[in-house]
Design a protein around this ligand. Sequence first.
Ligand code: IMP
Length: 422
Amino acid sequence: MGLSILIGAQWGDEGKAKIVDYLCRNIDIVVRYQGGANAGHTVVLEGKKFVFHLIPSGILHPDKQCYIGNGVVLDPEQFLKEIEMIEKSGISYHNRLKISALAHVIMPYHKTLDALRETKRKNPIGTTGRGIGPCYADKSSRNGLRLIDLYSDKLDEKIEANIEYYNYLFQNYENYQPLDKEKIIKDYQYYAEKLKPFVDDVAFLVNENLDQGKNILAEGAQGVGLDIDFGTYPFVTSSNPTAGGAMTGIGVSPLRVDKIYAIMKAYTTRVGEGPFPTELLDETGEYLRKKGHEFGSTTGRPRRCGWFDLVFAKYSVMLNRFTDIVLTKLDVLDGIDKIKVCVGYRTSKGEISRFPVSLDELYEITPIYQEFDGWESVEGAKTMADLPENARKYIDFLEKSLNTSISIISVGPDREETIVRK
Ligand code: IMP
């Protein structure tokens, strides 16, 4: 099996954590490849709810190794909170959790800047406020601190230089309190000590394990629509959830990749601002939000809900060439009389079936829908044959349209509420 990649194929929150948990049965190591504590991965185990923002949810399986790749931006405070949560639950993580020494570290000034910039933007992005954008910006501008830098003799100097710069930047914002240099240095010295047992050369470990025939799952956060290059820029996150991001985010060659799983919800959601062609601002949208518990696990914000967007899904398939689609939350569509799928966009210049690169164009489009008869309930379905005929028709239509096999279907939040097609 080798290396598999698991990608949120829409705008995030497709239910990746449940599928990671499910696929874990045949996996030795789970590696996160991008994003940071902006992600929220919820897993329910024996009635107990775990919400992870940084640590791969694979940690709940005692025989799995979990890595955080160099492509992730690490918030030490959040990481230590998750360690505490795991510890309290009696789950042992010793020697099976590693963080890349090359991962960049979120600093307090990243979070401050994230919040300040949002208040000053004419069109806010609706970020999670976790300092993600500013941390990746420091990485690209070569002012960032990597985990390995926390162990340098020059750590104080590096932090001081950045604090000086950020204090200079922040002085123009009203009511801003200067950064407390001594406290920040002390805090990060403390984090450095606490994180020491986890810091390692993750790219080496990944490649070595693949050479030994181990199965590795690269777990993406967010989704294709939030990709910094291919998403609805600037309403995106600051990393690459698309397949290429997994290569640079953990340090592997594309030649290693065996499977690429798309996680797609049976409808669409988006949290934060930005264009959303199939958004439902009516009672059907409200129904999906309530039934699907569509509230952010990081910020608690209500998610915007809408119909499945085939135009976007085809774009997502093109960018990632998925080997498999995992269709999630099919049960949320239960009881809806007529289900719609967006099959094209109407523009002032005619109909288009390709996702436009221009945001202005995207804001102008009207979705063209194809209607499907709904079904009563998919509850308890273990095989395709158990599904109502109309649910099967819906799945077949998506599969044919996307020219990719839908090999796993999730019909409920529980591990067992999963149909695997042979
Ligand atoms: P940031 O990643 O916090 O900078 O936020 C940028 C955009 O990505 C905002 O619209 C967020 O709501 C969205 N976003 C970030 N992380 C997630 C996620 O895990 N799920 C869904 N949306 C996300």
